[in-house]
Write a protein that binds this ligand. Sequence first.
Ligand SMILES: NC(=O)c1ccc[n+]([C@@H]2O[C@H](COP(=O)([O-])OP(=O)(O)OC[C@H]3O[C@@H](n4cnc5c(N)ncnc54)[C@H](O)[C@@H]3O)[C@@H](O)[C@H]2O)c1
Length: 439
Amino acid sequence: MARISVFGIGYVGVVSAACLAKDGHQVIAVDVDPGKIAAINSGKSPIVENGLDPLIAQVVAEGKLTATDDVQYAIDNSDASFIAVGTPSAPDGSVGLKYVTAVCENIGKALANKDSNHSVVIRSTIVPGSCENTCIPTLEKASGKKAGEGFGVGYYPEFLRESTAIEDYYDPGLIVFGALDDYTTEILTELNQDLGCKIHVVDLRTAEMVKYTSNTWRAVKVTFANEIGNIAKASGLDGQTVMEILCSDKKVNISSYFMRPGFAFGGSCLPKDVRALRHLAAELDTPAHILNAVLEANESQIKRAETMVLASGAKKVGFVGISFKPGTDDMRESPLAELAARLIAQGVQVEIFDPFVFEAYANANSTAGRGNDVIPDLADRMVESLDALIDESGAVLVGNFYGETVQKLEEAAKTRPVFDLTRLNRKMVSGGNYEGICW
Ligand SMILES: NC(=O)c1ccc[n+]([C@@H]2O[C@H](COP(=O)([O-])OP(=O)(O)OC[C@H]3O[C@@H](n4cnc5c(N)ncnc54)[C@H](O)[C@@H]3O)[C@@H](O)[C@H]2O)c1
C-alpha cells in the first residue's frame, strides 16, 4: 500500500483521495480552501457526489484519509503526490496553468527538504507539452533537483464523470499515463493493476493529448447527435430513435472503424450523402454546423497533402493507389484522384501504380477508370510495376495500403521523399525522407 498526497480536493481530487483511501492507501488531501479541509477532517464530503458522503465518513473514521493545508507535512508523509487542481480556460481560450504552476512550486519547495523518493503525478487536464514546459521546470527550479532523478514525474489523466465518479473510478473505460522514471511507473501500475482495464503506458505528451482527444470526442458526439436530432425532428422524425438505431451497429458505427487518422474520405457514398443531408437541412431551415465542418475539414485534408508534396519541390511523383480505397477500381470521388489532378495542374508529373485500376484497364473493362473525371490521360499514367514507378519518380506518394508494397516502399524512403497518407508501418514516423500525413 502506498502513501499518497492529493493536491486539490475538488471534484476529481476528493473522489480519488476517498477511493485510494478505501483501497487501503494512506491518503493526505491538500487544499488551500479551509472549508474543504474542515469538511474532510470532520468526515464529510466537500462536494455533492453519489456515494461520496458515506465513503468519506468511513475512510476518515478509519484514519485512512486526512486533510491539511501543510504542504511540507503532506510531502514528508507520502511517497507520491497527485495534482488535481483546476485548469480553467484563460481569457484567450488557452489552458489556465496558474493553479498547476502554484502547486508545482509549493511541492518543489517541499521536495528540496526531502531526501527519500517522491513522485509528482499531474492529474489535471493540461495541453500536450505542459508537463515538460511548465510543470517540470517549475518543480526543478523550486526543488533544486532534477526531474526523473531527484524526484519522479508522471502525467496520469482522469476520465471520471461527475455523478458516476466512484463507479467510474472502479470501472474505468481508459487508463493511460506517462512517466519519466521507473519509480513513478511502478506506483501508477500498482494502483491500477486490479481494475481490469488495459493500462497504456506512453510518453507524457501522448498521455496529455489522449485526455484532450477523449473530451473533444465526447463533445463532438454530443454535438453530432444534437444536429442529427434537429434534422430528424424537422423531417418529422424522432431523433433519439434514429440515433439509437445508429448506435446499435457496434461493428462499424460504434467502433474503431473510421477512427484512424490518415487521408480524406471519398468514394461514391460518403461525400454525396453528407452533401445531400446538408442540403436537406438547409431546405428544412435547420442549421448543420457539423455537416458543413465535415466537408470543409475533408477538403482541407486534401489541401494538406497537396501542400506537403508541393513544399518538397518534387517534380515527378509516383502515386501508390488512386482508387478511393484499396481492393477496388472505383475512382468515384477518390480524394487521391483529386490530389493527383491538382498536382498535375501545377506542373507535377504524376504516374500511378494501382493494381486494381490497372487490372480494369488491362482487361479492357468498359468501366476502367470509372469515376475519374479529374485526371487527364489516366490510362497513360498507369504503371504495372511498382519497381518501375519508384525508379521513375523523384518522390512517392502512398495513398492506398497494399501489403505487398510495404517492403519496397520502406526501401524507397531511404533514397527519395515518401509521402504516406495511409501508414506503411506503425513504427514509421515523419523524419528524413519520410513524411506521414498525421504521424
Ligand atoms: N470535474 C471533472 O469531472 C473532471 C474529470 C476529469 C478531469 N478533470 C480535470 O481535473 C482538474 C480538476 O478539476 P476539478 O473539477 O476537480 O476542479 P475543482 O475546481 O473542483 O477543484 C480544484 C481544487 O484545487 C484547489 N486548489 C487550488 N489551488 C491549490 C493549491 N495551490 N494547492 C492545493 N489545492 C489547490 C481548489 O481549492 C479546489 O478545491 C481539472 O484540470 C479538470 O479539467 C475534471
